[in-house]
Design a protein around this ligand. Structure first.
Ligand code: ADP
Ligand code: PHD
Length: 449
């Protein structure tokens, strides 16, 4: 059995849904179908999920939300009309939105239920369309499928106990269409995964049913060695290991959610990234092992929105518990950290900017000063991370030299460098405004010279 997940761009319009149906019809092994909510049809379009979030925010701020609701309904109205299927879903969305807003749940739970309406409705629409084409297909709610998650609105995690229930889906004869992006807690409350989380649902289902393949259909022919919005026509990657893809998606390859690799990896299910608009292309395959390559670098990823807390103190290396105390302050403040590059007398903690908003900064700095009495402490905002990734990099001589030369060629100052903890990547911190130039120069160095 294959699991096929279709992303927002693949289900954005009736025209795209026709391609989806034809891909499903092309291979009878494609029985477990996971869908996102309708995404962007053109670059300035608004994703249905974003409309639903705007709707929720307007409601919570006691503002009118009619405009956002109508925009969501219009997207579905257009799709059902063009596919010549029933438009019952319009009435269902209206009723569901009203009942979510009037429920006596917390705002966070209401917001998750609103967000999930996009995926849920699209799954119903696609299954109705497949039926109209004469296929045996049905909608399957994640609760009925057995997706049980932790109680973390907007950031749920799958619970291991789900997998035994999901395995039973193998017995189903007909195609089932599951909405991606959300599951249910043990007490039956809907919680969504983080943004882009339909990829996670696909991976969970693939692991649960022990699929032969998890196909992730999107709007590009493959995973490219660098973000195609930064470098034109970059080199395609035909195969990647889970570890490489995990690092690349963590560092900005938004084509596949970084958390989505774990379930497939644990169950050893190969993942294939393919294009809905070119389904016969070979795509990119993600597996556990691959042959060593002469150029071990497979990709260069970049992401912005990081902050660094830099602390220095003479003889820090001798001060027992220094690192622990610093990280305890962050834990107390509910701040998770990404990396901690360090020297003899200094330590930086890299954090996502969203976890250390300006209003928390003063308090955190004051606490660090009080508890650790450092010689210096400063916060650098506007930090971007660049990862150069590839299995075998750790045993190849001269790669760091090549990389630093590429930064120098682009006239970009390296604020921070981290190599060693991960066997498959080198990480660099630079100023956000310099990302594009740096990535272009690294790409030229590693892929065109
Ligand atoms: N290295 C990369 N390779 C391919 N696509 C990438 C890469 N980095 C970023 N992307 C972007 O990811 C997009 C696909 O991801 P996403 O928008 O989440 O798709 P979907 O709508 O299928 O969920 C591509 O259109 C591309 O702009
Ligand atoms: N619709 C959700 C989940 C998702 O995975 O979407 P997409 O496939 O468009 O990345 C979001 O926008 O976050």
């Amino acid at each position: 059995m294959k699991v096929a997940k279709f992303g927002g761009s693949s289900v954005a319009s009736a025209e795209q849904l026709r391609k989806v149906a034809s891909i499903i019809q092309d291979d009878k092994e494609r029985k477990a179908i996971v869908v996102s909510a309708p995404g962007k049809r053109f670059s300035d379009d608004i994703k249905v999920t974003d409309l639903l979030i705007e709707l929720g925010e307007a409601y919570f701020n006691k503002q009118a939300y009619e405009q956002q609701l109508q925009a969501v309904l219009e997207r579905f109205r257009e799709i059902t009309a063009e596919l010549h299927i029933s438009n019952d879903v319009i009435t269902e969305i209206k009723a569901s939105v009203e009942s979510i807003l009037e429920s006596n749940q917390t705002d966070a739970i209401k917001m998750d239920a609103l967000k999930a309406t996009g995926e849920d409705s699209l799954a119903k629409v696609l299954s109705a369309y497949l039926q109209s084409l004469g296929l045996k297909a049905s909608y399957l709610n994640p609760k009925e499928a057995g997706i049980i998650v932790t109680d973390n609105p907007g950031n749920a995690q799958i619970l291991e106990e789900s997998y035994a229930e999901l395995y039973k889906l193998r017995e189903r004869e007909e195609i089932f269409v599951i909405p991606g992006f959300f599951g249910y807690t043990n007490d039956g409350t809907l919680n969504t995964f983080s943004r882009g989380g339909s990829d996670i649902t696909g991976s969970i289902i693939a692991a649960g049913v022990q699929a032969d393949l998890y196909e992730n259909f999107t709007d590009v022919d493959s995973v490219y060695s660098v973000n195609p919005t930064i470098v034109e026509n970059p080199k395609e990657i035909t195969s990647l290991t889970y570890k490489e893809m995990r690092e690349l998606s963590y560092a900005g390859f938004s084509v596949f959610h970084d958390e989505a690799l774990i379930p497939a990896f644990k169950a050893d299910i190969p993942v294939c990234i393919k294009n809905t608009n070119n389904p016969n292309g070979i795509g990119t395959i993600i597996v556990s092992k691959k042959e060593p390559q002469p150029n071990p670098v497979v990709g260069i990823a970049s992401d912005t929105g990081f902050v660094s807390i830099y602390v220095s103190k003479y003889l820090m290396n001798r001060e027992l518990g220094f690192g622990r105390k610093l990280l305890t302050i962050l834990e107390d403040e509910d701040i998770s950290f990404e990396h901690t590059p360090s020297g003899i007398d200094d330590l930086s903690v890299i954090i996502r900017e969203s976890h250390l908003p300006k209003e928390k900064e003063e308090r955190v700095v004051a606490r660090i000063k009080e508890v650790l009495n450092p010689d210096t402490i400063h916060i650098d905002r506007d930090l971007a991370l660049i990862m150069v990734v590839g299995e075998g990099m750790d045993s190849t001589i001269g790669l760091a030299d090549k990389a630093t030369n590429a930064f120098a060629k682009a006239n970009v100052n390296i604020e921070m460098m981290n190599q060693g903890s991960s066997e498959v990547s080198m990480m660099f911190g630079i100023k956000t405004g310099e990302v594009k130039e740096a990535v272009k120069s690294l790409y030229e160095t590693f892929f065109t010279e």
